[in-house]
Unconditional design. Structure first.
Length: 543
C-alpha cells in the first residue's frame, strides 16, 4: 500500500511525498523529470517494490505539490532544497539510493554540489539529466575547438537545442528559470558517491556526447547506453530497474553482474571483456574457432553442439584462454530444446551479448535423387536451427533492451546455385534472406545482425556430409567424400580466418561478410552477372 504525506521545503513550498514497497528494504528515492509527476515511475516501481522501500515525490509545481509564485522558485537550487527536505523526512540517518530523470536529475546534481550532501546518498543513477556544469563544460570545450569539426558541430547542435527551447520558456517557468546552464561553483569531480549514467542514444536532449569526456567525472562511474529516447522511465522501465538493482546489490557486497562490469567506466578490459558470447556448432570447425577467437578477446563463452565429446575439448581450449566456458548439448533443429536451452543459459549466466548461430550440416546430391526426409533434415538443421536460435535469444535480447549482436552463418552457397547441392544451397539461401529481413526488424532494438558467408573452408564438415546418389551408386560415396576432402585440404583456408571475420564483423556491425577470396568474388558476380552463375550451375555433376 502507498502512503502519502507532505514535507515543507526551505522556501516554504509543500512537497507531496509517496512511500511504498518493502519497508525493510534498501531505500530508493525516485525523482521525476520536467512536465511529469511521481506517476512517471509507476512501471519502474512495479519492478522494484518487492525488494526496495520506494520513496517518490512530486517536484514543485507538479502533481499535488505546491507551485512557487516567482520564477526564481523553480531554479535548480530550489529542486535541491526539495530533495534535502524529502531526505530529512524519510531517511535522516541512513544514506539512500537515488534514481532521477531529466530536470529531477539536474536537481540532484545540484544537491550533490553542496557540502551538506556528504553521506546522504549511497548512489545516484542519473537518467537523461546532466548537471548544468556538464552542459557548460561541454559547450566550452566543443565551441572553443573549431579545429575539431565533429565536436564543434556537436556543440553547435546542443546550443541550437537550447535556443529552440527559448520560446517555450515564455509560458513555462521551470524552463525560464533554468534555460541557460549556470554553474553552482561545484563540478562533477567533487561527487564522491557511485554514479550511474543511463544515456539514451536517440535522446534529442541531452546530447549523448555530452558525457563522453572523462575529466570532471565521479571517481566511481558506470554508463549504460540504451537505444531509447527521452522518456526512458516509461519506455524502458525494465532497464532502469535492472540497472539500479545491479548497482545496489554490488554496493552491498554482491559480485558485480556482467552487465554492470561492462558499464563501468575506466575498467581495463579486452575488446570483448565482460561479454557473454553463445556459439552453436562449437564442437569443431568454425564453431570451435569462433569460440576461441572471442575467448582470446576476453569473452566468456556458451558453447553448444550435439557432439558432447567435441564440446568438452572446446571447453578445455576456451578455459585455457583464461575465461569461462559453459558447454551445453543441444540439437538446434529441436525448437523446444533450443527454447529450454536459452531459458537455462539466461537464468544461469544472463542474456548473451553475442549469439552466433553456426551449427549446420553438409549435403550433396541432385534434388530428384534426394529423399524427402533427407531434404527436410538439411533444412531443419541449417535453416531451422538459425530460426530457432534467433527466436529464442533474439526475443530475450530485445526484452533486455541494451542491444547486442546476432551472427548467422550462411555460406557462399546461399548465392551460388549448384545443381548437385540443392538442399544445402536452399537452406543457406533461406538463412541469407531470413537474416536480411530480421536485421531490419532488430535494428529498432539496437541489435546488430551479421550474415557470414565463409567459402571453401578446411573443416571436418565433409566428414559428416551425406550424399544422395542415384540408385545403384551407393558405393561411390567414399570416393566422392575422399575427393572432396582432398580438395578442401589443398585449399588450406582454415576456420580461424572465418572466426576472425566474425569477431571483426561484430565489432564493426557489418551486415554481410563474405570471408574467403572466392566467396567475395562470387558475391560480386552474383550481383553483377547472375546469369553467369546460373549457367555455371548446369555443369555440376558427380563424376
Amino acid at each position: 500500500m502507498s502512503s502519502q504525506r507532505f514535507v515543507v521545503s526551505r522556501d516554504g513550498v509543500r512537497i507531496a511525498v509517496y512511500e511504498e514497497g518493502a519497508a525493510d528494504g534498501p531505500t530508493v528515492v525516485l525523482v521525476h523529470g520536467h512536465a511529469d509527476t511521481h506517476e512517471a515511475w509507476d512501471a519502474v516501481v512495479a519492478l522494484l517494490a518487492a525488494r526496495f522501500r520506494i520513496v517518490r515525490y512530486d517536484t514543485r509545481g507538479a502533481g499535488r505539490s505546491a507551485a512557487p509564485q516567482r520564477t526564481s522558485g523553480f531554479r535548480l537550487e530550489r529542486y535541491a532544497d526539495d530533495l534535502a527536505a524529502v531526505l530529512d523526512a524519510v531517511s535522516a540517518e541512513a544514506p539512500v539510493h537515488v534514481l532521477a530523470h531529466d530536470r529531477g536529475s539536474a536537481g540532484v546534481w545540484r544537491y550533490l554540489a553542496r557540502p551538506e550532501s556528504r553521506g546522504r546518498l549511497a548512489s545516484f543513477t542519473s537518467v537523461s539529466g546532466p548537471a548544468p556544469e556538464h552542459v557548460a563544460r561541454y559547450l566550452r570545450d566543443t565551441l572553443a575547438r573549431p579545429q575539431h569539426p565533429a565536436r564543434f558541430a556537436g556543440g553547435l547542435g546542443h546550443l541550437a537545442r537550447l535556443a529552440a527551447a527559448a520560446p517555450r520558456a515564455v509560458t513555462d517557468k521551470t524552463l525560464r528559470a533554468n534555460l541557460f546552464p549556470v554553474s553552482s561553483g561545484g563540478d562533477a569531480h567533487d561527487v564522491d558517491i557511485p554514479v550511474q549514467l543511463i544515456v539514451g542514444s536517440a535522446d534529442p536532449y541531452p546530447d549523448p556526447h555530452l558525457f563522453e569526456d572523462r575529466a570532471g567525472r565521479p571517481a566511481r562511474l558506470w554508463r549504460r547506453d540504451v537505444k531509447a529516447g527521452h522518456v526512458t522511465p516509461t519506455s524502458h522501465p525494465g532497464i532502469l530497474a535492472r540497472a539500479l538493482t545491479q548497482l545496489v546489490d554490488h554496493l552491498d557486497g554482491a559480485p558485480a553482474a556482467r552487465e554492470l562490469l561492462r558499464a563501468q567506466v575506466g575498467r581495463p578490459r579486452k575488446a570483448f571483456g565482460d561479454t557473454l558470447v553463445a556459439v552453436t556448432g562449437a564442437a569443431s570447425g568454425i564453431g570451435r574457432a569462433t569460440a576461441l577467437a572471442f575467448a582470446h578477446h576476453g569473452a566468456d563463452v556458451v558453447i553448444s553442439d550435439v557432439n558432447a565429446a567435441g564440446l568438452d575439448e572446446t571447453a578445455r581450449l576456451v578455459t585455457s584462454a583464461g575465461v569461462h566456458a559453459y558447454p551445453y548439448t543441444v540439437d538446434v533443429a529441436d525448437a523446444a530444446a533450443v527454447e529450454a536451452f536459452a531459458e537455462q543459459v539466461c537464468a544461469e549466466h544472463g542474456v548473451p551479448d553475442v549469439v552466433v548461430n553456426n551449427a549446420g550440416v553438409g549435403h550433396a546430391g541432385f534434388f530428384l535423387d534426394t529423399p524427402a526426409e533427407e531434404f527436410d533434415r538439411v533444412l531443419d538443421i541449417n535453416f531451422g536451427g538459425v530460426v530457432n536460435g534467433c527466436r529464442s535469444f533474439g526475443k530475450r535480447l530485445a526484452d533486455r533492451g541494451v542491444g547486442g549482436h546476432i551472427v548467422n552463418v550462411a555460406s557462399m552457397a546461399s548465392y551460388t546455385p549448384v545443381n548437385v547441392m540443392n538442399a544445402y544451397c536452399t537452406s543457406k539461401a533461406a538463412v541469407f534472406m531470413f537474416s536480411d529481413c530480421l536485421r531490419a526488424e532488430l535494428d529498432s532494438f539496437g541489435i546488430g545482425l551479421t550474415t557470414i558467408c565463409p567459402g571453401f573452408i578446411s573443416t571436418n564438415i565433409v566428414d559428416t556430409t551425406r550424399f544422395s546418389l542415384a540408385q545403384g551408386r551407393d558405393d561411390d560415396v567414399d570416393v566422392l567424400r575422399g575427393r572432396a576432402q582432398k580438395g578442401f585440404s589443398a585449399r588450406k583456408y582454415g576456420p580461424e580466418k572465418v572466426a576472425d571475420a566474425i569477431v571483426d564483423a561484430v565489432r564493426t556491425n557489418k551486415a554481410i561478410r563474405p570471408v574467403a577470396p572466392e566467396a567475395r568474388f562470387v558475391y560480386g558476380v552474383a550481383h553483377a552477372l547472375p546469369q553467369v552463375l546460373r549457367s555455371t550451375a548446369r555443369g555440376g555433376n558427380f563424376v
